[in-house]
Design a protein around this ligand. Structure first.
Ligand SMILES: Nc1ncnc2c1ncn2[C@@H]1O[C@H](COP(=O)(O)OP(=O)(O)OP(=O)(O)O)[C@@H](O)[C@H]1O
Length: 305
């Protein structure tokens, strides 16, 4: 479990994190989402004891990171996949990490296998692609078999296969009962991977929600086309739906599933020519939530004044 309590971090006049509070529970994948400069990395660095809070607390399993005796066994993290000595092979890098943290060297082939790098174990890291570096960073995070995992932008630069692979891995880590927090500035990626979302903007909490709750809140409904649209609209409203006129004479219906719309129409003998479930636009939801909190917009407003 990760607990962020009224966490604030100032760098001179910049407030990077501003009274932030949330919890990351075990057994699920939590996405930490926010535009560039929102304060995600700063928050993660404070969880990992790499930066001291100006006020408030970031706790791992109830304690500040710096008071944990064997941190790699409790918390694994990938912050910057580039921060590895390129002259070392993957296996040597991990062996060195294991040795300096009192971790059994037998973990090294296990984690290489888990991230799909067994075949490249002896290759020097400088020859690795970005995706392979990400995998190596994840292997390092898993080395101490920790219950809490943090990944900063783990899908950065990965192709669709890489994103899918990360999704499967993150889910399996959560299913093992671990606490998994991963950051991204892209809703499209987070919606594929996370089931809970903590959204921040300008260092503040904007939303702490589940993906399904967000989909429900930002549901765009179902478009229905009928030559007897007015009668159908009345029948659907009578069943509790919210009905609006859409483009080209169609109706946009919220509050009823397509199957329910079909049943109501057929009971009334009303012909239906088309039913299209539009679902939620999570990108719209994200823009709606973070609108106004984007750093460059705030900066531009400052220039205008
Ligand atoms: N060491 C530092 N010194 C001064 N300002 C900093 C420092 N680290 C971060 N900041 C500022 O704090 C704010 C939050 O930055 P942070 O890197 O935490 O955001 P982020 O959400 O991780 O963004 P990104 O998605 O771009 O990585 C930004 O305005 C950034 O410029």
């Amino acid at each position: 479990m990760i607990e962020i309590r009224q966490l604030t971090k100032r760098y001179g006049r910049t407030v990077a994190v501003d009274g932030l509070s949330f919890r990351v529970e075990p057994g699920r994948v939590t996405g930490f989402l926010g535009p560039n400069g929102a304060g995600k990395s700063t928050t993660m660095r404070m969880v990992l004891g790499l930066d001291a809070p100006t006020s408030g607390a970031a706790l791992v399993n109830g304690r500040p990171y710096r008071s944990i005796r064997r941190p790699l066994r409790e918390v694994g993290a990938l912050l910057d996949a580039g921060a590895v000595d390129g002259g070392r092979s993957a296996v040597n890098h991990l062996r060195w990490l294991a040795r300096s943290n009192g971790i059994d060297a037998r973990r090294v082939p296990e984690v290489l296998e888990r991230v799909g790098l067994s075949g490249a174990a002896r290759t020097r890291v400088r020859a690795f692609s970005l995706g392979m570096r990400q995998r190596l960073g994840i292997a390092a995070a898993l080395l101490g078999d920790p219950a809490v995992l943090l990944f900063d932008e783990p899908v950065n630069g990965l192709d669709m296969d890489g994103v899918r692979w990360i999704r499967v891995l993150m889910r399996s880590l959560a299913e093992e009962g671990r606490t998994v927090l991963l950051s991204s500035h892209l809703m499209s990626e987070m919606s594929l991977i996370a089931d809970r979302l903590v959204v921040i903007g300008q260092g503040r909490l904007i939303a702490d929600t589940t993906l399904s709750e967000l989909e429900r809140r930002f549901d765009r409904g179902t478009d229905v086309r009928s030559p007897r649209a007015a009668e159908l609209a009345e029948a659907l409203r009578g069943a509790g739906a919210e009905v609006a006129a859409a483009e080209g004479g169609a109706l946009t219906v919220r509050g009823l599933e397509p199957a329910e719309i079909g049943v109501i129409a057929s009971r009334r003998g009303l012909p239906v020519h088309e039913v299209v479930r539009r679902g939620a636009s999570l990108e719209d939801a994200y823009l709606h939530l973070t609108g106004g909190s984007v750093e460059y917009r705030a900066a531009a407003a400052g220039v205008e004044r």
